[in-house]
Design a protein around this ligand. Structure first.
Ligand code: NAG
Length: 488
């Protein structure tokens, strides 16, 4: 057997070589050679397998660790993802007309952008996919999102979660696009130098110390903004909201799902104030900023500016036509979107402060005189006796009712006037139409008769008479006239 193996295929050369070795090797070694070969092969095989296994195990540990830690490396991309995001109760195929029309403004103006709506039915799956153990492994975020029941908190949180996970543009369902996305970043800038695009919404810093208006007096709007994916500021915002609501729940001694929030808590906890403060804090933290970043940097801007890679657009861009903050109107060149506010039902669920006699200071819409009067009235009210206060409350209530009644009557009168005008216009149009018809008919008849060879002598008289006649005609006479024509 050994001989057969050592002289394969009877090759004379190989046969000679093996014969030489055979002569030098001891007979015992020669007999055990195949065994040695097998052992060496086995050793090598196990050694390699071990190496292979170690390598995969290390990968299995190292790879996810890089993407599951809290401090995920910042992904700086050159371009913003070309994706428009909205969130709503239902998908676009089930949109009411008013939402559909507004939503279409985004897709028709931007055929090169993708469009997606997250709904009440699929939002949790999106959050689980991106933030679950297979994604960013932030199961605390998934659990939090699942526990929260306040719709407005969920809506705020979801836009931040989307922008962190994927980026793009987020717009509320009642925001209409006025210009294509290409206009959102002015030509003089390079997308490479920008991570986020926001617009000023309220710029009324004179009221920054007002007890009610103060927290909302300076803000970027968070119902339209753009992000590149995985910006640390978005994650900070998400974590801040979680910490805040958990604390509120703790103070109220209830679980997350049962937290009761008023208007101001929402504004400052998850809404515009939270958003603005997080962005400004992030800008201020950035290494390349020498001066302290405060609202002053964004007050009364003549044009957009980039601060710490955030492009801040003027108030006209996203919030034109507010009647305050020097916001101009929607016809302006700089106006990019129009907020219709028809989806903002949440203030009714989370009431604002409403003085029993003087109502909401917000209804002043930041007019100095009005706010000052409100403040003065409220301060004087506090000094009155309870009886006096009740008297004023009743008085103001009556005033409001009278005002409402007057407004209602004015509205009705205006509607009636408009209807009358409309009726008169229609009547006049109809009369003019009939007159024209009559004139054309007469002209046709005249032509016919002229062709029959009647003398052209009377033609001029007839024309004038015929042209004037129909205007003076009344319904009954018209019929007579038609009969006459027929009998002619
Ligand atoms: C996810 O994070 C938890 C800690 O929060 C950790 O124990 C777990 O190993 C992580 N999972 C993966 C797949 O990395």
């Amino acid at each position: 057997m050994l001989n057969k193996l050592t002289s394969p295929m009877g090759s004379p050369h190989l046969g000679a070589t093996s014969a030489q070795y055979r002569n030098r090797m001891p007979a015992q070694f020669r007999r055990l050679l195949p065994l040695y070969v097998v052992v060496v092969v086995f050793v090598l095989f196990f050694f390699n397998l071990n190496l292979f296994r170690t390598a995969t195990r290390e990968n299995a540990v190292v790879q996810p660790a890089a993407t599951t830690n809290n401090d995920i490396p910042k992904v700086v991309r050159d371009q913003f993802p070309k994706k428009i995001w909205q969130t709503w109760k239902v998908d676009p195929f089930a949109f009411e007309k008013k939402n559909l029309d507004v939503a279409k403004s985004w897709t028709t103006k931007n055929p090169d952008w993708r469009y997606e709506v997250l709904t009440d039915g699929n939002d949790i799956h999106y959050v689980e996919f991106h933030y679950g153990a297979d994604g960013f492994n932030r199961t605390d975020i998934v659990d939090f999102y699942r526990s929260v029941k306040a719709a407005i908190v969920k809506a705020d949180l979801l836009r931040y979660l989307i922008m962190y996970a994927e980026g793009g543009l987020y717009a509320d369902i009642d925001v209409e696009s006025l210009k294509p996305m290409a206009k959102f970043i002015p030509e003089r800038y390079n997308q490479r130098d920008i991570d986020m695009v926001v617009g000023v919404e309220i710029d009324e810093p004179d009221w920054k110390d007002h007890p009610i208006l103060g927290p909302k007096s300076r803000s970027f709007c968070q119902w339209t903004f753009m992000c590149k994916p995985q910006l640390p500021v978005m994650m900070r915002l998400i974590e801040q909201i979680m910490a805040w609501l958990t604390e509120v729940a703790h103070q109220q001694g209830v679980e997350l799902a049962k937290v009761d929030l008023d208007f101001d808590q929402i504004i400052s906890g998850t809404g515009p104030s939270a958003f603005t403060n997080a962005i400004i804090a992030e800008m201020d933290n950035a290494a390349d900023v020498k001066k302290k970043i405060e609202w002053d940097t964004f007050h009364d801007m003549d044009e957009s500016k980039i601060v710490s890679r955030v492009l801040v657009l003027t108030v006209e861009a996203f919030a034109a036509g507010q009647g305050h903050s020097n916001s101009g109107n929607h016809d302006a060149r700089a106006a990019l979107v129009k907020h219709h506010y028809h989806a903002s039902g949440w203030p009714t669920k989370h009431p604002r402060f409403k003085h029993p006699a003087y109502g909401e200071v917000e209804s002043c819409n930041w007019k100095d005189e009005c706010v000052n009067k409100w403040d003065k009235d409220v301060a004087e009210f506090e000094k009155l006796s309870p009886e006096e206060q009740q008297r004023i409350i009743a008085e103001k209530k009556k005033e409001r009712e009278e005002l409402e009644e007057k407004k209602k009557q004015e509205k009705e009168a205006a509607a009636k006037k408009k209807q009358n005008e409309e009726d008169a216009r229609k009547k006049k149009e109809e009369e003019e139409r009939l007159a024209k018809e009559m004139k054309e008919k007469e002209a046709a008849n005249r032509e016919k008769e002229a062709n029959k060879g009647k003398g052209p002598v009377n033609e001029d008289d007839k024309t004038e008479e015929g042209a004037e006649k129909p205007k003076e005609l009344k319904e009954g006479e018209k019929v007579e006239e038609k009969k006459k024509e027929k009998t002619k």
